[in-house]
Design a protein around this ligand. Sequence first.
Ligand code: GLC
Length: 779
Amino acid sequence: MFGKLLSYEVNDKEIKIQYEKIEATITVINDEVINFFVPLHRKERNSKAVENLNLRNSNFSVEKNENTLNIATEKLKIVINDDFKIDIYDKNEKVLCRDYRSIRHPFKRRGNGTELAAEEGHVLNGHQNFKVYVAKTMEDNMYFYGLGERTGSLNKKGYHYRNWNTDDPSPHGETFEQLYKSIPFLISIKDEEAFGIFFDNHFESHFDMGKENSEYYYFSAVGGNLDYYFIYGPEVKDVVNEYTNLTGKTPLPQLWTLGYQQCRWSYAPKERVMEIAKSFRERGIPCDTLYLDIDYMDDFRVFTWDNKKFENPREFTDELKNMGFKLVTIIDPGVKIDKEYSIYAEGIKNDYFAKDKDGIVYKNRVWPGDSVYPDFMNPKVRQWWAENQKIMIDSGVSGIWNDMNEPASFNGPLPDDVMFNDNGLEVTHKEIHNIYGHMMSKATYEGIKEYTNKRPFVITRACYAGTQKYSTVWTGDNQSTWEHLRMSIPMLMTLGLSGVSFCGTDVGGFGHDCTGELLSRWVQVGAFTPLFRNHSAMGTRDQEPWTFDKETEEINKKYIKLRYKLIPYLYDLMKECENTGAPIIRPLLFNYQNDKNTYEINDEFLCGDSILVSPVVEQGMKQKLVYLPKGTKWIDFWTGENHNGGQYIIKEAPLDTCPIFVKEASIIPMSIEQNYIGEKSNDELILNIYLSENDSEFKYVHYNDDGESFNYRNGIYNEYEITISNKENIDIKFIINKNDYINKYSKVKFIINNLKTNKNITLNGKKVNLENNAIEINL
Ligand code: GLC
């Protein structure tokens, strides 16, 4: 396609290669990350995912052989051939990734009666031709992960997915090739060695992991440049870290956002919301956040309130605040066409809406009826949208929920040629569809940041690679079915591997009617997912924790309370995530890549390094088959029983028990019980220690700050380091590494959960006696 490799030129980190037909550029980002770029669409890269391409030091060499160009970094050897065919090896010359040389050879779809099948509504996808297409040779033993929000199992081998943000409310099943989000980032493990491919192209793109033909896997797009990054591991952890170095880390959120959140489409008028709020407090079920869905607006006009339902929004949000609740309101992109409506009038006056190919403002239909679409590609429009956030913030709202931003449209899809203005560059809907929600979230994030000076809480449905910098996500309109509870686990693990760590599903399911048993099991998963929000659709049965029976309410309470205890641990994980990109809930393989048994586990996850959760996801099931990874022992969180890793066990799991295991040699910080974050002063740190049976030394670093501002970025935080040496004695060392945040803990309680010896115990060198396996000190 590109012809013969003619010549090359090295310019700092860039290697420009002249082919017969086109010039290609290879950029050595660092020893592990290499970018391959061919300007098939535009000369310049116009990435919305990678905002700062940070080139790090690396010593690489470039050498031309007769037919190839060889690039060597400390970690990789890259061989470039004619036609921009690329082969990548690790430093031991082991093949990691080789371009496929033969032509495409799709499997045969038998039968001539496809028209007939289509008449009944069957969708039969033929194979498509693409403008941008790269096929790689499928090697033995390859596993594939990532690609963002996906139905189906963790391992994507044998499947094909499409990136085209889509609002399809019908029950999401394994046959769905696209959902609301597009993250063209794939991870592969081969012989325990991992690498990633990030195809930064926001046109409709495709990833096929050997479905079309098991000899190759490919990524492709209907337009745009060839622009992809090869990211070497060898650990999945390294790949995710480097990917999030490119596209951005999930920033540390405000602490309250980690609490329990309650939502429902139909929370209006004010009296109904207050009834829900009171119910939480009266029943002693912790909750931090309530949501208002589209019902609060004046006829679905964004940035307005229906004053009949909410007479005085500020008074209402203050009342909620006094009870310890934050309020999050929905904002959709569709702006109602109504000359009397200021947002519409302003947008028209300033030329802020997307236009059709003839330059007329484009309209479609969403909740408010005929509506127009803000052009979020235009920085002026983003600035305007950011300023509009002030309207909500001034009414006392604490976070914004961005929905319908695929963008959704009720009168058929937006045509490809709807026009947007990308900072002076005319771009089509075909090009920017997949980043529309991303740019909307960015505007929302920036507005909230500016007006509150706190860490913004934005939650979005549509996203592209890199949206994690601006927003948390939920997985859209799931259903109250067991199938969807099961599916949520690989889906959230996959989002986490794709950089989007702050994620969750609608707990209990959105569409369809939930049951008490299903909600009880779902809350056991939700308690560990970073975003913990129960949400349901208008017209479905009530789904708040108390709306089934006493047992369901008690189970909800138990797990929501457990969640609140774990908040210091989860916050530490969020901090780690901001530094390394490591997801909060992760597939077992993330920590146990050398244990192949973990590669296809769909119904278990790790919450950080120390907690393994193996929830029950089948109706009626009261026992769970649990795999415990190799190389460590696992302690049953409920019974304290010890299990060897590298085996399957059967765990008794009556409805109120979610199988939870703690890795030996762990320290888990916990907090006292409270009804909402900030209810009680946070002056006691509880450190739950889980010793290992053998001699060991292990360490944990706990982080704490004001939980809302950006001051931590200026060093205003506290850091505590706990080291346990379990040898002749059990020596606990507690050090304050950093002490700059003013609200400090005044007490620390050390609890040794599995103390089975009568060894001497010392704390910072002094012998101590435990009472009920615990010792408390004042700081
Ligand atoms: C969409 C959202 C859902 C919301 C509804 C009404 O379906 O996905 O969460 O409740 O719109 O706004």
